[in-house]
Design a protein around this ligand. Sequence first.
Ligand code: NAD
Ligand code: UGA
Length: 465
Amino acid sequence: MKVSKICCIGAGYVGGPTMAVIAQKCPEITVTVVDINQARIDAWNGEDLDKLPVYEPGLDRVVAEARGRNLFFSTDVNKAIKEAEMIFISVNTPTKTYGEGKGMAADLKWVELCARQIAAASEKNKIVVEKSTLPVRTAQAVKDILDNTGNGLKFQILSNPEFLAEGTAVEDLLDPDRVLIGGDDTPEGREAINALVEIYASWVPKDRILTTNVWSSELSKLTANAFLAQRVSSINAISELCEVTEADVSEVARAIGADSRIGSKFLKASVGFGGSCFQKDILNMVYISRSYGLHEVADYWEQVIKMNDHQKARFAKNIIRSLYNTVNGKKITFLGWAFKKDTNDTRESAAIYVADHLLNEQAQICVYDPKVSAEKIYADLDYLNTRSSEDNRKYVTVVNDPYEACLDSHAIALLTEWDEFVSYDWSKIYNAMLQPAQLFDGRNILPHQDLKKIGFRVSAIGKSN
Ligand code: NAD
Ligand code: UGA
């Protein structure tokens, strides 16, 4: 079977870039990305490619090439469902904030809504692809809904989890380590798998397209994120040990990373991992393990999250301790708010939690991030519900100029590894700060020895001062 029309439900960080690349690489396929969020769709359709709702290096070029040719963004969900032979579900699956499994399980409300809408709007058989990250065995629920509410049509469910990382989404999509497709081992299941394999094979070498059963595919996605996050928590645990033993975490990472069995990637000690997925997916795995009575498995993975929370809190406490145990009324500059460089995404960013900790101590925080708006920063703080939204605006200011951000500041906390931070005129910044000027490098990207020569008191992750 050859697919000529694709619909993707969810025009977010995954749906947008993923479909843009499919459309770019498969000009013969019409790809329509739909969303209930009108503003998001308008932004995807906007003239100004600098204002796409997702900032990703290179994405503007991909969208410019395909949009209007065979890539469309729309809010008419039913029409796109009706026309497509293959439908991707790429909606959000955040941690539940209410009821059973609150704070742990994935909230599948939006996925279920999609399944019901697909069933109601479809007039012919379809392949439904889970692109969202879902708990293992979700496909069963999706299939049950489709089979029982879908006018007797036949639906094949595939799992095709996305492994792109934000900030490198386009690169990851164009040249993925692997593409994973799970489906049923039946003639119809195999036909559906092949249809999706053929789409990816337009640009991905066949030996990198792995096919498997649905449950293994669903669980592989959670496992990949758990392993990646575990590496960060592992090196962060070692960073604390380094700080008390005069070892240097970068040296330790270099030494262990040279072992090909360990590998050198993902060993950067930091203020803690953020992003919309690591924490949510691990919590989800912990929840699933507990629901099967596997408490040791659950405890093991939960520790990755505990270590990450500890790392964020420890960073904030170190700032307070270094500023003579009080930050009340002191200006502390945050360089960076995004959860990593090259993205405007702030979900679960360590900066939010460090700020919250310091705001509890009544610090005055001034934030500069090259891609994150003031509106987003206040929304992140308001979402925590720790204090009133008026207080968040009273204690936090957001500016567009890094030098202005650092003016008259007691301390700088570097929270995101934006490249531009390295090239600043640090002498100029030092001279504009209150003394002693303190700098907390939560990403270990600055030249610490040079900064110390200028006069800064530098505190880095996993290095004794
Ligand atoms: P997102 O919040 O950016 O986008 C989801 C979009 O779905 C939103 O725009 C929302 O309005 C839309 N939506 C929700 N319900 C809808 C409905 N019923 N009909 C139409 N539109 C609907 O989320 P995201 O970051 O793109 O993540 C989507 C999924 O992909 C999640 O399961 C996530 O775990 C997974 N994932 C994310 C990343 C990442 O880097 N962000 C990477 C891999 C996998
Ligand atoms: C991660 C995975 O890398 C993707 O494969 C996956 O598809 C995605 O989650 C997802 O499911 O959402 P992402 O969260 O976008 O991607 O970004 P990462 O590069 O993994 O970084 C996650 C966090 O870990 C960031 O805050 C980053 O700064 C931090 N990190 C990463 C470190 O602190 N040290 C490292 O060595 C690596």
